[in-house]
Design a protein around this ligand. Structure first.
Ligand SMILES: NC(=O)c1ccc[n+]([C@@H]2O[C@H](COP(=O)([O-])OP(=O)(O)OC[C@H]3O[C@@H](n4cnc5c(N)ncnc54)[C@H](OP(=O)(O)O)[C@@H]3O)[C@@H](O)[C@H]2O)c1
Length: 312
């Protein structure tokens, strides 16, 4: 099979297209013919070596977690799907492998592709959609009528978060740049703030939840705009957010939470929301596998609108 591989950690220019043997599914896995994958920042963080002490990939290494494809083979204990089913989900964290013509995925990390979704749309959903859903609904306990501030509302996670918050019945204030203001309002935000020209803390509005997908602000900065029992969630773990998470319970009713990793167990929920017309991925651009370097370089500039997809 054709795959985009790296032979060492480093820049996006290190990608090369290689011929590799098709992977073989273990007992609870499926082999998928990949129709689309999508880029997540974690892909290029792994590529540049940020997680080298957590992951010890065997080179040549095939990156990529988000996947949509057709089941072509099943492990002996994998019974949920049959050959020919169209599924979407995530490749295993320690192995990745979605930037290829064939990839493996665990049974528990897959769901049937939403009927209303193209393969590219389904591939845009998993990591960013699960992060938005689990961040707001579970970690943030967001309820109808509450006020949420979504920082990074135009990005992969953020544009799903705006839509999920609307489904949950919350009042959404979105933070993005001027060029995306109109768009995030159409996604379901009631207000939008251009962070490049406006101090997001200036009007002293208070929120039940601040969902920060950028980490340009710490809990300390956001404390003033959190209600008495408000929650600050960061999708970007760092020393400051972990420190706030650990220490706040000793002296405050406010909470800071770090979202380390999203779980794969809500893929069916995402598919249902999509089929109901309540969630729609926005794809800024689609690349061929051979253009993976360009796609990574664009993602690394931090200004993607929605998602970047790799499709055959
Ligand atoms: N812990 C987890 O499980 C988990 C899961 C998913 C993602 N993450 C992390 O969460 C972060 C976001 O992921 P993503 O997929 O959403 O990334 P992304 O799609 O690359 O985010 C790009 C967006 O960030 C916005 N942005 C950049 N600087 C900003 C600022 N100062 N204020 C407000 N918005 C700003 C840009 O909007 P404008 O163009 O309008 O500036 C752009 O739309 C990444 O660091 C990722 O690794 C963690």
């Amino acid at each position: 099979m054709k795959a985009a591989v790296i032979d060492r950690f480093g820049q996006a220019k290190n990608f090369r297209i290689a011929e590799l043997p098709n992977p073989t599914p273990s007992a609870c896995q499926y082999l998928l013919k990949v129709h689309a994958s999508s880029i997540n920042p974690v892909d290029w963080k792994i590529r540049n070596g940020m997680f080298r002490f957590l992951l010890w990939p065997k080179f040549p290494y095939v990156l990529g977690f988000d996947v949509c494809g057709e089941v072509v083979a099943a492990g002996v204990s994998a019974h949920r799907f049959k050959v020919g089913d169209w599924v979407f989900g995530m490749t295993p964290f320690m192995r990745a492998g979605a930037y290829a013509q064939y990839a493996l995925a665990d049974e528990k990390a897959l769901a049937l592709k939403p009927l209303s979704a193209t393969p590219s749309e389904a591939a845009a959903l998993p990591i960013a959609g699960l992060t938005a859903l689990q961040g707001l609904r579970d970690r943030g306990r967001l309820k109808g009528g509450q006020d949420v501030l979504i920082i990074g509302a135009a990005g992969g996670v953020g544009h799903f978060a705006v839509q999920v918050a609307k489904v949950l019945g919350a009042n959404v204030t979105a933070v993005c740049s001027q060029k995306n203001i109109e768009w995030v309002l159409t996604l379901g935000a009631q207000r939008a703030i251009d962070y490049q020209t406006t101090d997001i803390f200036a009007d002293h509005r208070q929120f039940d939840l601040v969902f920060d997908t950028v980490a340009a602000h710490s809990f300390g900065c956001c404390k003033a705009i959190l209600k008495k029992k408000g929650i600050y969630i960061s999708t970007v773990p760092n020393v400051s957010s972990v420190f706030s998470q650990v220490t706040l319970p000793f002296y405050s009713l406010r909470r800071a939470k770090v979202l380390w990793l999203c779980r794969a167990n809500d893929l069916d929920e995402l598919a249902a929301l999509m089929n109901a017309g309540k969630l729609k991925p926005h794809i800024q651009q689609t690349f061929k596998l051979e253009q993976i370097q360009l796609a990574h370089e664009l993602s690394e500039q931090h200004h993607v609108k929605g998602k970047l997809v790799i499709a055959s």
